[in-house]
Design a protein around this ligand. Structure first.
Ligand code: SAM
Length: 159
């Protein structure tokens, strides 16, 4: 498969998963945390699907399109491992982590800290969506939609 085809599949999977979980998150109280604002495409999608919900976005640096920049109080710049730790206890309804690199060694490092941080950010019953695995005793894996290739995306519920 070409990288272009792989990219299209990844974006389609991301959209389908966010649509699936947003229907449920609409009934769960708490803010949404967007780990990895990037260009802001998924932030923009979440804002459309969850109107009025507080969405706090994190990244090393601001590189989002001007249409997709959160309010200053909801934009947190720096290394997510440190910055998001300050939000532990916020009882998020949804944590969306899009910080995979496609490099196995780098993503393996992310997997050493992201699952525990995610579990601590979510309220019980809250949902996590991630492009890298979220192996953690308090994160129960949920099925992905049929359109999503196996082990491409991970959906979990905080138990
Ligand atoms: N979901 C975004 C969108 O739809 O436009 C794309 C996110 S992009 C794939 C990943 C982003 O996460 C990059 O902007 C990168 O700077 C940021 N990132 C990755 N790892 C990070 C880390 N450990 N701390 C802070 N930012 C990180």
């Amino acid at each position: 498969m070409s990288r272009l085809e792989s990219f299209i599949r990844r974006m389609t999977a991301q959209r389908d998963i966010l649509d699936l979980v947003c229907a449920e998150v609409a009934n769960i109280e708490g803010p949404v945390l967007e780990l990895g604002l990037g260009n802001g495409r998924t932030f923009h999608h979440l804002r459309e699907r969850l109107p009025g919900r507080r969405i706090v976005a994190f990244d090393r640096a601001l590189a989002a399109h001007s249409s997709s920049i959160p309010e200053a109080e909801n934009l947190v710049l720096g290394e997510i491992r440190e910055t998001a730790s300050r939000f532990i206890g916020i009882d998020a309804a949804l944590v969306h982590a899009d910080i995979g690199t496609g490099y196995e060694d780098r993503d393996a490092v992310t997997s050493t800290w992201l699952p525990d941080l995610t579990a601590r950010l979510l309220r019980v019953g809250g949902i996590a969506v991630s492009g890298t695995p979220l192996d953690h005793p308090q994160l129960q894996r949920l099925p992905t939609p049929p359109s999503v290739p196996a082990d491409r995306y991970f959906i979990c519920r905080r138990v």
